[in-house]
Structures are given as structure tokens and as C-alpha cells.
Design a protein around this ligand. Structure first.
Ligand SMILES: Cc1cc2nc3c(=O)[nH]c(=O)nc-3n(C[C@H](O)[C@H](O)[C@H](O)COP(=O)(O)O)c2cc1C
Length: 210
């Protein structure tokens, strides 16, 4: 890859963030653009190349409304009794904004995976299952971002996964919902890198820095 190629990729990866307040709620996202980005996403890796993902795109007003109601319930469950630190407060306010406006977001993309793990799934099963769909979720977000479209991974509605499955006609026993992504064009001032702490790095053995 050329230098400018790697710079472009780095730029896309570091500027893809959880966009909530910056989503333009008034501008529809074209179906062909969503399909293009989902097509990019399906080049992500999966265990044994199973490619067991499925996506439900919700752009119908009433259906978004119905799903958003369960998202809000799940979000309320998540934050109940939590006292955020000052750092977390901004994040929480942004998440609360999204919960309040979810039904207004132009499209909701629900990432699913065929199959359902047992309640007592092992770490290996969990890694194989979720690790075979989250790379596609992230690729989708990056593909959107490179087209000035924002999104965010969300899981708040999953407490009510069964209810949302019923709304959307998803066979609950055969298909697991893994993330709901609100998708919208970005308002003009939505640039900038995501902020991250440096990841602890160990060379050759845990705790060693050389
Ligand atoms: C597994 C997972 C679940 C998440 N669930 C939610 C959610 O339910 N609601 C929400 O608003 N954000 C959710 N997020 C978004 C995170 O809060 C966000 O990615 C993180 O705070 C970093 O934000 P930034 O990329 O803008 O810096 C989730 C992210 C991940 C990876």
C-alpha cells in the first residue's frame, strides 16, 4: 500500500467514532449507499469463513418507532442507579440524546448472526461467535464514515431482543441480534479523531516492556 493509501486508511479508522448528536436527522440515507457499505462490510473475516451475518435495515417510520421504544427501555435499565464520573457524563448525555431521538435517525441497521449460543457458552464459543460478526460491524461503520455518514455501535435494546425480534419477524431461536446501528449523514462540523488512552503493550511476556 502506498504512503497516501495507508494515511487514508489510518484517517478513516481514527475518525470513525460513536456519532450521536452529530447525525443529521433530516437527511435520508440512500438505500443504495447503505447496501454499498454493507457489501464492503461483508469482506470482513469470520471463523471458518462462515459468513453467518444478516442485516436488517429499518427505515420505515412506524417500525423505527416500535424498535426505539424497546431501545429506550434498555437504555433506562443500563443507566439506572449509575453515577457517572465527570468524564462519563458527556458520554452519557450523548447516549441519552441518541435514545431520545432514535426513532428520528434516518436508518437503523440491525446486525445479526445466524445461530444462538447456549447460556453457558465458553469463552471460545463467545469469541468465535461475536468475533465473526463485529469485524463486519466495524467495517460497515468505517465505510459509512468515509462517505460522511455517521453511526454508533449500540446494544441497549438487547435486553429486549425477543420483543424486537417479534417486531421485525426475526426467528429468535435461530438468529442472534448483536448490535443496532443508527445511521445518518454527519452535520458539517463532525470531524476529529476519537480520543483513546494508549493501550498497555507487553513484549514477549506479560508485564515486560522490551
Ligand atoms: C459493544 C458495544 C456496545 C455499545 N453500546 C452502546 C449503546 O447501547 N448505546 C450507545 O449510545 N453507545 C453504545 N456504544 C458506543 C460506545 O459508548 C462508544 O463506542 C465509546 O464510548 C467510544 O466512543 P467514541 O468512539 O465516540 O470515542 C457501544 C459500543 C460497543 C463497542
Amino acid at each position: 500500500m502506498t504512503q497516501s493509501g495507508s494515511e487514508n486508511v489510518d484517517e478513516a479508522l481514527t475518525s470513525t467514532r460513536a456519532f450521536r448528536r452529530k447525525l443529521d436527522l433530516t437527511r435520508p440515507v440512500e438505500r443504495d449507499v447503505l447496501e454499498e457499505c454493507l457489501n464492503v462490510a461483508t469482506h470482513a473475516p469470520t471463523g471458518s469463513n462462515r459468513q453467518a451475518w444478516q442485516f436488517v435495515v429499518i427505515d420505515d417510520h412506524d417500525t423505527k418507532n416500535a424498535v426505539a421504544q424497546f431501545y429506550r427501555k434498555g437504555f433506562a435499565d443500563n443507566i439506572a442507579g449509575r453515577t457517572p464520573t465527570p468524564d462519563q457524563r458527556v458520554e452519557l448525555e450523548s447516549a441519552a440524546y441518541l435514545a431520545e431521538h432514535l426513532h428520528e435517525v434516518p436508518a437503523l441497521v440491525l446486525a445479526c448472526q445466524r445461530g444462538r449460543l447456549p447460556e453457558d457458552a465458553s469463552a471460545k464459543q463467545l469469541a468465535g461467535f461475536y468475533g465473526s460478526v463485529y469485524p463486519a460491524v466495524w467495517s460497515f461503520m468505517v465505510a459509512l464514515r468515509s462517505r460522511s455518514i455517521g453511526s454508533s455501535i449500540t446494544t441497549a435494546h438487547l435486553t429486549y431482543e425477543r420483543e424486537v425480534a417479534e417486531i421485525l419477524g426475526i426467528p429468535y431461536d435461530e438468529v442472534t441480534q448483536v448490535a443496532l446501528l443508527p445511521v445518518g449523514y454527519l452535520k458539517p462540523v463532525a470531524g476529529g479523531r476519537s480520543r483513546r488512552k494508549p493501550a498497555p503493550l507487553h513484549w514477549n511476556s506479560w508485564g515486560s516492556d522490551c
